[in-house]
Design a protein around this ligand. Structure first.
Ligand code: KG4
Ligand code: ZN
Length: 333
């Protein structure tokens, strides 16, 4: 059966098709970096308009790549939240209209859950496992019991890890989005050069990153000529160090030996290296490929099928939910 996944929660328009149970897939992604870069952040209305212009073309391009027509699609899945309201409405409405026109089931997918389970789209990961989600808008640790049941162990109290990268990059004049640029700038730098604070230090599973960006701002005001690579490496280390320590502590407390990471910050090489080092201590650490870390529709299609198998279709009046909420109407809890 061909499953179509649609993702429009923020500034990526994406359509993915895969033919279950075969692992092969095709995906088309349109990014909006150039549209939002002059504003140094995502402008919600512009994001919605870009999705509107692009979504139909992407779905047809994905079908052409897969060598199928829309009538061959057996299930339509789309992100219903969290994200920008106007952006979510475009993808969700398109998906519902397509499902209705094709007389196929439709499944609403929680974007953060899709990040939690994304690695399973390409790697066999037996349940249970511990998931760390580190994206631009959210940072959380979850204990995953099975396909439809998990506990949220902790989350950020203020900024998300990706937001900390983006805001740090802005302070350092590295552009937007800043995660990848900051990682590049940190190459060759000394991660111990500047002792940036660790937010909510300790093993508790909650995070705080907003003090870090303020510390960077004050440091740059005091020391404007500090070597960029050292500052960027130290700042990156302050984020990654906390993520790794709290993740390992949570896995240990829960007795989980598999740790799965998802979200855009999971593309970060330093996070990968430091967490992978714990593989030596008996943990199985799974990072998805970079295309499955940042926002994508393959993870939506994959999660859509899992939910459909577990619970059936969502109703066609399923609403969007812009704020993170694991107990949303007609979705999973
Ligand atoms: O999951 P994602 O693509 O979108 C959201 O759901 O938010 O995550 C985007 C975030 C941005 O904050 C971006 O700066 C960050 O992921 N990011 C990175 C890297 N690549 C993307 N952060 C650190 N290092 C990277 N290589
Ligand atoms: Zn995301």
């Amino acid at each position: 059966m061909w499953i179509l996944g649609i993702e429009t929660s923020c500034d990526e328009t994406a359509a993915a098709l895969f033919n279950a149970p075969a692992p092969s897939f095709t995906e088309k992604v349109a990014r909006q970096f150039a549209t939002h870069a002059p504003y140094r952040g995502v402008v919600p209305e512009l994001a919605s308009r870009c999705h509107l212009e692009t979504i139909s073309r992407l779905v047809h391009a994905a079908c052409a790549d897969a060598g199928i027509g829309p009538a061959d699609i057996g299930l339509v899945a789309a992100t219903s939240g969290p994200g920008l309201a106007g952006a979510l409405i475009v993808g969700l409405s398109y998906a519902k209209a397509l499902a209705l026109a094709l007389n196929r089931p439709f499944v609403a997918v929680n974007h953060i859950e899709a990040h939690m389970y994304a690695a399973a789209a390409e790697t066999d990961i037996p349940f249970p496992f511990l998931a760390l989600v580190v994206s631009g808008g959210h940072t959380l640790l979850a204990d995953i019991h099975d396909v439809s049941s998990f506990d949220i162990l902790g989350r950020t109290r203020d900024d998300a890890a990706g937001e900390a990268f983006d805001k740090g990059a802005a302070v350092l004049g590295l552009g937007f989005p800043g995660g990848q640029a900051l990682e590049e700038a940190a190459k060759g730098g000394n991660p111990k050069a500047v002792p940036f604070p660790r937010g909510m230090a300790g093993d508790a599973p909650d995070f705080s990153f907003s003090g870090l960006k303020t510390a960077l701002l004050y440091f740059m005001q005091r020391t404007p000529n500090a070597p960029l690579a050292d500052v960027a490496a130290s700042y990156q280390e302050a984020i990654v160090d906390v993520l790794v320590r709290k993740t390992i502590a949570a896995a240990t407390r829960r007795g989980r030996s598999s740790i799965v990471v998802g979200g855009g910050v999971a593309a970060n090489g330093r996070l990968r290296a430091l967490l992978q080092a714990h593989g030596k201590h008996g943990f199985r650490i799974v990072f998805p490929s970079v295309a499955l870390c940042t926002d994508n529709a393959r993870m939506i299609a994959h999660r859509g099928l899992a939910l459909f198998d577990a619970r059936g279709a969502s109703p066609l009046d399923a609403d969007i939910f812009p704020a993170l909420n694991f107990r949303y109407k007609d979705g999973i809890s």
